[in-house]
Design a protein around this ligand. Structure first.
Ligand SMILES: [Cu+2]
Length: 153
């Protein structure tokens, strides 16, 4: 009698576990892109800020970052820093491809999201949101932690 009860309990536990695994897999399938380590390098005196984030693609197809917007800044554009001998220059980037089962880092020295004309006072310690739009139709409204130049590294 005791053995029979234990068996049925084990079976129902197994059923619950496989159900939650199935739900988890479904959620991952609908969101191919995730954003990690999102932060903003803040500068004083209303100077443009720079947004940085790592984009991870869990799907088996390359996905492009196609547009960026924000309710917190009037301008949000993807730029790339290109070094030209001793000088550095920023160029506009139309789209950034996140490889299948791979990632791309928008990071200091390479890409940055140029953030101009904050719509309200933004200070280190705040969180701002950038809407990242992708070629598969996904939009990620991503929180970015605002850091002072001293905190940024
Ligand atoms: Cu720039």
């Amino acid at each position: 009698m005791t053995i029979k009860i234990k068996t049925s309990l084990a079976l129902s536990l197994a059923a619950v576990l496989s159900l939650s695994l199935a739900v988890g897999a479904h959620a991952a399938g609908t969101q191919a892109i995730s954003a990690q380590n999102a932060w903003v390098r803040w500068l004083p005196n209303n100077l443009p800020a720079a947004g940085y984030v790592t984009l991870v693609n869990a799907s088996d197809k390359p996905i492009d970052l196609t547009d960026i917007s924000s309710d917190d800044y009037e301008g949000a554009m993807l730029h790339q820093t290109v070094s030209n001998g001793s000088t550095q220059q920023m160029v506009m980037v139309d789209k950034l491809t996140v490889p299948a089962h791979g990632q791309v880092a928008i990071a200091p020295g390479g890409y940055h999201v140029m953030l101009e004309h904050a719509q309200h006072k933004v200070a280190p310690g705040d969180t701002v949101h950038l809407k990242l739009q992708f070629s598969d139709g996904e939009t990620l409204n991503t929180p970015f932690v605002v850091k002072s130049p001293a905190q940024a590294n």
